[in-house]
Write a protein that binds this ligand. Structure first.
Ligand code: PEP
Ligand code: MN
Length: 349
C-alpha cells in the first residue's frame, strides 16, 4: 500500500498509479477525509517499494503482509477509517450500530406465499427480504428453485421477489448459483448473494462484483477464515467494497452425531472484525438446520458482535418446500429481533 502525503497533488497520485501499472499491477484508490491511500492489486513482489516511497507526494510505501489487502483493517486505518464499513442498501444500512435482519423463505415458492411471508417478516422487524430463486441442492431430484425451470420462470419468480420487496418496503436478496445468472438476477435485486458452495468460484465473484450492487458473501463450509477473506478480496479487487460477509457454519467434526447441520464458528465473527473493515452477519438457519436452535444461536451471534442475522422464516414452517426443519415462524422472528436489538446495545460497547 502507498500512503500519499496530505498535500499530494492529483498529478503526483496519477504518477504513482502509472509507476505501479508499469510493474504490471492495478491500483485501488481509497480516499479518506485527509489522506489518499493506494492499494495494489497483483503480485507485490514485482514492485520496488523503495522506489515508490521516493516519488514526489508519497509519505510511505509498504507491503501489507496478509493475502487480503484491500479489505484489511490495516489498509482502511491508513486512510483514517477506524470503524466498520457501512453499506447502504436503499433505506437501510449495515455495519453501524443497529443490527440488520434479513429474513424470508429458503426458496420463493409462489407469489402468494412470498407476499404473505414478506408482510409478516416486515411486521416482525426484518429489513431485507430473502428468497432463493436458484437453489443449490445436494440432489438433482430435489426442488431446484423456480428459476431453474427456465428463463420465463426465473423472470417471474424474480419479479415476485422485487414486487414483494417494494410492496413492504424491503430491499431484496437472492443467490446467483452461476455466472450465467448474474446479469438477470442483478436487474431484480438489491443485494447479490454468493452461496457457500460457490465461495471459491472466482469468475462468479468477479461477475457479481462488477454489477456494483452489494454482495452478500457466504463462507464455504470447508473454508478457513483466511480463505474466506482471500476470496472476498476478489470482489473488492473489482472495485466493489460493499461486501457483507456471512458466517453460516463449517463442516462438523468427529464420527458421532453432532446434532446440527454444520458447526457454527462464532469466533470467526470477532476475528473477521479484527482482520477486515467489512461487516459480518451470521446465518443460524443453515448453520444449525434446526428451528429449536435459531433463537439461542441468533442471540449468541449478536453477543459475538455480528452486524446482523439472516434467518429463514416461513408462515407455515413445516410446509416449506426447502429446509423446513430450520424454518421459524414470523412470531418467533419477532421475538428474536426484539431481544437481539437489546442485546446489541450491550454487545457493541
Ligand atoms: C441460502 O442461504 O439460501 C443457502 C443455500 O445457504 P448456504 O449457501 O450457506 O448453504
Ligand atoms: Mn435454505
Amino acid at each position: 500500500m502507498i500512503i500519499m502525503k496530505k498535500d499530494a497533488t492529483p498529478e503526483q497520485i496519477q504518477h504513482v498509479i502509472d509507476e505501479v501499472a508499469r510493474a504490471g499491477l492495478r491500483t485501488d484508490v481509497s480516499r479518506g477525509q485527509h489522506l489518499t491511500v493506494l492499494g495494489l492489486v497483483g503480485d507485490e513482489r514485482r514492485v520496488d517499494f523503495a522506489h515508490l516511497a521516493a516519488l514526489p507526494g508519497v509519505k510511505e510505501a509498504r507491503m501489507i503482509e496478509a493475502p487480503y489487502k484491500l479489505i484489511n483493517r490495516e489498509y482502511s486505518s491508513a486512510y483514517g477509517e477506524t470503524s466498520t464499513h457501512i453499506i447502504k442498501i436503499g433505506p437501510v444500512e449495515i455495519g453501524g450500530e443497529e443490527p440488520l435482519f434479513i429474513a424470508g423463505p429458503c426458496a420463493v415458492e409462489s407469489r402468494e406465499a412470498l407476499f404473505r411471508i414478506a408482510e409478516q417478516v416486515k411486521a416482525a422487524g426484518a429489513h431485507v427480504l430473502r428468497g432463493g430463486v436458484f437453489k443449490p441442492r445436494s440432489s438433482v431430484h430435489s426442488f431446484q428453485g423456480l428459476g431453474s425451470a427456465g428463463n420465463d420462470e426465473a423472470v417471474e419468480a424474480l419479479t415476485w421477489l422485487k414486487e414483494a420487496g417494494e410492496a413492504f418496503g424491503m430491499p431484496v436478496v437472492t443467490e446467483v448459483r452461476g455466472e450465467a445468472q448474474v446479469e438477470l438476477v442483478s436487474q431484480f435485486v438489491d443485494i447479490i448473494q454468493i452461496g457457500s458452495r460457490n465461495m471459491y468460484d472466482q469468475d462468479l465473484l468477479q461477475a457479481a462484483a462488477r454489477k456494483n450492487l452489494p454482495v452478500m458473501f457466504k463462507r464455504h463450509f470447508g473454508a478457513s477464515v483466511e480463505e474466506f477473506l482471500c476470496f472476498a478480496e476478489y470482489i473488492a479487487a473489482e472495485g466493489n467494497k460493499d461486501i457483507i460477509l456471512c458466517e453460516r457454519g463449517i463442516v462438523p467434526v468427529g464420527k458421532g452425531k453432532n446434532f446440527t447441520r454444520y458447526l457454527l464458528d462464532l469466533a470467526a465473527v470477532p476475528v473477521v472484525q479484527k482482520e477486515t473493515f467489512l461487516p459480518i452477519i451470521v446465518d443460524p438457519s443453515h448453520a444449525t438446520g434446526r428451528r429449536d436452535l435459531i433463537r439461542s444461536m441468533s442471540l449468541a451471534s449478536i453477543a459475538a458482535g455480528a452486524s446482523g442475522l439472516m434467518i429463514e422464516v416461513h408462515d407455515r414452517p413445516e410446509e416449506a418446500l426447502v429446509d423446513a426443519s430450520q424454518m421459524i415462524s414470523p412470531a418467533e422472528l419477532k421475538e428474536i429481533i426484539t431481544v437481539a436489538r437489546q442485546l446489541r446495545q450491550i454487545a457493541v460497547k
